[in-house]
Design a protein around this ligand. Structure first.
Ligand code: S3P
Length: 425
């Protein structure tokens, strides 16, 4: 797919529902008694993988134009799947469902696509095994496919070496089935949607500093969930608005949970003109409309506790840095290496091919911005966030940018290119 420089982007846009919240709504709805209705569910490939896995576990899920309706089975109502659970490209599905399957009275096999089969699963195998489950990496390489033999679980206090909501959530979900409370301490707080939504469904999760604790065996009850727009999808329009001269974009109803809003802080520190309007709250998740105007940006350092709050936005932060005066340093972000692609290498190589002054480091990258970019051939490595980041970079670059495997955006944002084109008219 090809992209060229654009004139000012103007108008209003609503981005699809939050991916993390959509996954959780299906999972927690499945484990609840009664019906859960999910509005503004993200119909992206990753969340559809979660639906397909729970259908195979015996849960009746209706995907209507209005809402997703999940007829929950309660904590102990899932049934053994007839064949392998296919988690597609979704790390969230793979890791979180592993926590649930660890506490079942049956065995399951989990597998996903080529990228999932390379992503580290030892980070969940270790704590879930400590709780008493048996998780086997079938190729003995610490990755999927995984064989999970559910067991009676014991509560643990797990100190995670990584700030990862997928790891934290997997352990908390296994904690639903444990004999005593389970807690997870992380180096920095990662996104807390599981904690918020479990409590909304009747669970008992408390958070203190970087520790979350869950009490076992609650009665979860089906709820109505309204999914806010995904800030990780809004990020591309925020970036586009900032770097394309003359732009003014209003992005409606975006989730601004403080464990996810790092991009807003970083953009403001870079000098961005961002305004939050209509601040609200939906099922415990804060939302707002975000008004973004073209701004002249300056380089900054991004690292430490900020990183988990914008981990998925770092590729587009690297794009912003190319259009900012001075040096931007992204550090403490070694997790980027184990996402859908190695996002340090992939961003650095592709931005360098567009003429950026950029160096990879062990835990991030250093970018000297403000010199302009030119079109080139971008290898997305079928990573949705890479494809979307370069579609934005191209809008403010000279020449033509060709993005390979551009349709991978369907993982988190079906309709992305159409939405972008609409602002371009
Ligand atoms: C997610 C957590 C993050 C994020 C991913 C979604 C979640 O992954 O990158 O896109 O929904 O919990 P990690 O837990 O690996 O940081």
């Amino acid at each position: 797919m090809e992209f060229t420089k654009t004139k000012a982007l103007k108008g209003e846009i609503t981005v699809p529902g939050d991916k993390s919240i959509s996954h959780r709504a299906v999972m927690f709805g499945a484990l609840s008694l009664g019906t859960t209705e999910v509005r503004n569910f993200l119909q992206g490939a990753d969340c559809l993988s979660t639906i397909s896995c729970f259908k195979k576990l015996g849960v009746d899920i209706e995907n209507t134009p209005d809402c997703i309706r999940i007829h929950g089975k309660g904590l102990h109502g899932l049934t053994a799947p007839a064949d392998t659970l296919d988690t597609g490209n979704s790390g969230t599905t793979t890791r979180m469902i592993s926590g649930i399957l660890s506490g079942q009275s049956f065995e399951s096999i989990l597998n996903g696509d080529e990228s999932i089969q390379k992503r580290p699963m030892k980070r969940i195998i270790d704590p879930l095994s400590m709780m008493g489950a048996e998780l086997i990496s079938i190729r003995d390489n610490g990755c999927a496919p995984l064989r999970i033999i559910g067991k009676h679980l014991h509560g643990i206090h797990y100190t995670s070496p990584v700030a990862s909501a997928q790891v934290k959530s997997a352990v908390l979900l296994a904690g639903l089935y444990a004999d005593t409370p389970t807690s997870v301490t992380e180096p920095f707080v990662s996104r807390n949607h599981s904690e918020i939504m479990l409590n909304y469904f009747g669970g008992n999760v408390t958070c203190k500093g970087t520790t979350a604790t869950i009490l076992p065996n609650p009665v979860l009850k089906g709820q109505s969930v309204s999914v806010p727009g995904d800030i990780s999808s809004a990020a591309y329009f925020i970036a586009a608005g900032l770097i394309v001269p003359g732009s003014e974009i209003l992005i409606k109803n975006v989730g601004i949970n403080p464990t996810r809003d790092g991009l807003l802080h970083v953009c403001r520190e870079m000098g961005a003109d961002l305004t939050l309007l209509n601040e609200n709250c939906d099922n415990g998740e804060p939302t707002a409309d975000i008004l973004v105007r073209h701004s002249s940006l300056k380089g900054i350092t991004v690292g430490g506790s900020m990183i988990p709050t914008l981990i998925d936005e770092l590729p587009v932060v690297a794009v912003l840095a190319c259009f900012a005066k001075g040096t931007t340093v992204i550090k403490d972000a070694q997790e980027l290496k184990v996402k859908e692609s190695n996002r340090i290498d992939v961003m650095v190589n592709n931005l360098a091919s567009m003429g950026a002054d950029i160096q990879a480091t062990e835990d991030g990258m250093v970018i000297k911005g403000g010199t302009g970019l030119h079109g080139s051939i971008i290898k997305s490595h079928k990573d949705h966030r890479i494809a979307m980041s370069f579609a934005i970079a191209a809008l403010a670059s000279s020449g033509t940018t060709h993005i390979e495997d551009a349709d991978c955006v369907n993982i988190s944002y079906p309709g992305f290119y159409q939405d972008l084109a609409r602002l371009n008219n």
